[in-house]
Design a protein around this ligand. Structure first.
Ligand code: F3S
Length: 406
């Protein structure tokens, strides 16, 4: 990679050991990805902060960076932690876990990272512009900002996103380049998705079916709302590794010259009909009676929480089941003001922020079977709990019907 004089100085340690280590990692990444140079970024999203998924090595690393007085050079936000940082006792989180998680978040704060702890930073004050280059980790946020906003990020891991935030630069390669953003496979939808879960199932099926680094061009869902595309993107990044997709008539880059030219030459094609969608519900349909219904993967928008509150109207959550909804602190403040949180709590449910049931230590909370309207969550929960907790994927309406009485 070509390095400017200033970048060479950082690499040589003139800006301190933390920045030198970060620069070394980014240069390695750039060399591996064939980048010729760095480009500046002004935003980052840093994943891998839950103590459950990152453990003591991350805690030690972030505390040592904070001790070295390193600070980020971008508007950097955090992905979900392993618990609601304020109400962890209400979730039943063990104090030993909470102590470590609070230390991780406090160290990040000293690095000047915004402790928003959400996987939907674009709904919470860290939304890139169309065409803006950013350094995001968190697969669902990567798919969202690349596809729905038309910003540009590569698929970063937590450590390289943090390094990029410290240096304020990313290697120019991969999805930052026009040539890698052109659609490579046409996806024809031969059914009408009925609800949010069908979109999540569709994303799951696409992710499983296309090869790494393919860019699907989806036809037939131009009516999809942003919330539904959010679920679709999250599931496609979970079952596979989709980081960018286009939806004809819906996502912004479909209109760009290079994408339009590329679409005329799409050679492979995938058809998704009712049977393919049913196969996803079947595959993610483990578990009998739920002891938890988990809504909010990715974290809920205001509209999604309003829908939950409406569906709960006149109903009560059954005693043996919990209904937990997850969102960002910013969205939580808004839905509290609008009265939706109160409605959910009156019905016996609860709303938490900062976390989700994939990155929280769910196996320590005693849950054995989770129902969720997110294919991503249903895919990960059994894997993240080594099979101790089963998960069933179904629509929000079915989740609410099953866990409540009228
Ligand atoms: Fe977000 Fe957790 Fe799902 S981080 S995308 S709610 S697995």
């Amino acid at each position: 990679m070509y390095l400017t004089r200033e970048e060479e100085k950082i690499l040589d340690g003139e800006s301190g050991p933390a920045l030198a280590r970060a620069m070394r990692l980014l240069v390695c990444l750039g060399d591996l990805g064939g980048a010729e140079r760095f480009v500046p970024i002004r935003r980052s999203q840093i994943a891998g902060i839950s103590y459950k998924t990152s453990g003591d090595p991350t805690l030690e690393l972030i505390e040592s960076l904070a001790q070295e007085k390193a600070t980020v050079r971008t508007r950097a936000s955090l992905n979900p932690a392993g618990m609601d940082l304020n109400r962890w006792e209400d979730m039943g989180i063990p104090p030993a876990f909470a102590e470590k998680q609070l230390r991780i978040c406090s160290a990040y704060r000293r690095l000047r990272v915004i402790p928003s702890c959400t996987c939907t930073p674009y709904l919470s004050g860290n939304k890139p512009l169309f065409g803006e280059t950013v350094g995001f980790s968190e697969s669902s946020a990567i798919a969202f900002v690349n596809s729905i906003i038309g910003a540009r990020t590569n698929r970063h891991g937590g450590l390289d996103a943090l390094s990029a935030a410290l240096v304020g630069k990313v290697p120019l390669m991969g999805y930052l380049l026009d040539k890698n953003r052109v659609g490579t496979i046409r996806v024809r939808i031969d059914f009408e998705p009925k609800n949010e879960a069908d979109y999540s199932a569709l994303g799951y099926f696409i992710g499983k079916s296309v090869k790494t680094d393919e860019v699907p061009v989806i036809e037939g869902i131009e009516q999809a709302s942003t919330d539904k595309l959010k679920l679709l993107g999250a599931a496609s990044a979970a079952s596979g590794s989709v980081a960018l997709f286009h939806v004809i008539g819906r996502t912004p880059e479909v209109l760009s010259k290079s994408t339009r030219a590329g679409m005329r030459n799409l050679r492979s094609e995938l058809h998704v009909g009712k049977n393919e969608i049913l196969s996803v519900y079947e595959e993610l349909g483990a578990g009998e009676e739920p002891d938890l219904v988990f809504i909010g993967c990715p974290h809920c928008s205001v509209h999604e929480i309003a829908t939950v509150a409406d569906l709960l109207s006149g109903r009560k959550v059954k005693k043996r089941t919990k209904l937990w909804v997850f969102t960002s602190p910013q969205v939580l403040r808004n839905v509290e003001r609008l009265g939706y949180v109160n409605k959910i709590r009156i019905a016996g449910g609860d709303v938490f922020r900062h976390t989700c049931m994939v990155v929280a230590p769910i196996e320590d909370l005693g849950f054995k079977c989770v129902y969720t309207n997110s294919a991503k969550a249903a895919f990960y929960i059994p894997r993240m709990t080594q099979g101790k907790c089963a998960a069933r994927f179904l629509s929000l309406m079915d989740c609410i019907r099953i866990c409540t009485t009228s």
